[in-house]
Ligand binder design. Sequence first.
Ligand code: CU
Length: 433
Amino acid sequence: MEGKFIIIIAVALFFIALVQLMKIYDLAAKVRGAKSQEKMTRGENMLMANLMLVFMVVFFGFIIWLIAKYGANAGLYKAASEHGQELDDLLMINWYIILPVFFITNSLLFIFSWKYYHREERKALYYPHNNKLELIWTVLPAIALAIIIVFGIRTWNGIMYNKEEGQVIEVYAYQFGWLVRYAGADNELGEANYKLVSSTNPLGVITDQSIQDTYNEIDTKVSGIDSELKENRNSNGDLLMPKSKADKKLDELERLKRRKYRIEAAIDKREANKTAYASSDDDIVVQELHLVKGQPYTFIFRSKDVIHCPWLPHFRAQINSVPGMETSFKLTPTITTEEMRNMPEVQEHYKNINEIHNERKRRIGEEEEKVLFDYVLLCNKICGAGHSNMQIKVVVETQEEFENWIENNGDKKRLTFSGQEVNWSETKEQASL
Ligand SMILES: [Cu+2]
C-alpha cells in the first residue's frame, strides 16, 4: 500500500517538473527573441503533412498484417456448433462492411491533411451544406445497420428462445468449479433449493432423501447443543458456562430450528411437491461435460455464490450464471472431439504446441508426451482467487460413445442423489482451493 502511494506521488511530481521545465524553455525562448511556438514555418508544415502519409501507410500495413496473421476467428478453428457457424458468418458480414469503410474514411483523413496542409496564401473554402451528401451518408449507414441488426436478431432468437427444445443440461457454477447435471430419461431437471445444499447434495436438489438428510443433519446439531447445555447446568438449573457462550449456543439453536421450519413450510409441505420433485430421481451429476454430435441441447445455468461466466469458446457460446436465477441458451454441437483433432489447422497448431511443450520437458528431464486438442468450458469472469481453476473438459462424441460413458462412469465422478453412489469429496477438495 505504502509503496503504491510513493509511486503515485513520484509520477505526479514527474509531471509537475515536466510542466515547469516547459515553462522555463518557453520563457528562455522569449528572452532570446525566438519566434513563438504557435508559428510553424512552411517547411515544418510540409514535414508534418508528409509524416501523415507515412503514418497512414504504416497503420494500414499493420492492420493488414493483423488480418493475415490472426484471420477472422483468432485461432479458435472452425466453429463447432450450429449457432457458432451463424455467429462467425455474422462477424464476417460485419467485417465486409466495416473494413472498406475503414480504409476509405481513413485514407481520406490522411490524404486530405497531407494535401491541404496550412499555407499562408491559401484560404479554406466555405462549404456549409450539401443535401445530396447528407442523404448519402444517412441512407447508406442506415441500410448497412439494418442488414446487421436483422441478421443479428434472427441469430439471437435462435439461440435464446424455444427453451423447451432439445436435451436439457444444467451447468452449475461455484467458487471454484463446475458441476453438470443431466436431466435423465424424462428430460426434466428436478427442482432445487439452496436451503438443501450440503456436502452430499451440492446442487440442493429436492428429493425425499435430501430433505430427510437435511432434517437429520439439523436434528443431530440440535441435540448436540441441547445435551451440551444440559450437561452444563447444576442441580438448581443454573448455567455453568459464561453467558456470552451460552447466548451463542442458544442463537445457533434458534437458527437451526428456523431453518428446519422453513424447509418444512416452503419445500416439504408444498402442494403437489411429489410430482414436481419426482423428476430429480433420474438426474445425474458429473464433473465432465459430454455432448452428442448433432443433438440439440438446452443449457440451464445456475450459480451457487457469485456471478460466473460459462464460456464455450469453440462453440462460440457464453452467458453469465447469476446466483438466484436461471440463464439459458441452446446449442447443437456439430463436430466431434475426434473430428476436430483430425482437422489440418488443429493438427498443425498442436504440432507447434507439442514441440514447445516437449522441448521444455526434455530440458527438465521429464518424459515426452503428446498433448491432444480438447474442447473446454471456462469461466470468463474474474470471480475470485481460484478463478483460473474453473475449467473442465468438454467431449463431443457419438450417441453410442455417450451412452457408454454415462453407463460406465463409475470413477467417483458420478453423483446420483436417489442412488448410493454419492461421492462429493473430490469436488469439495476443489472448492477449498
Ligand atoms: Cu467463475
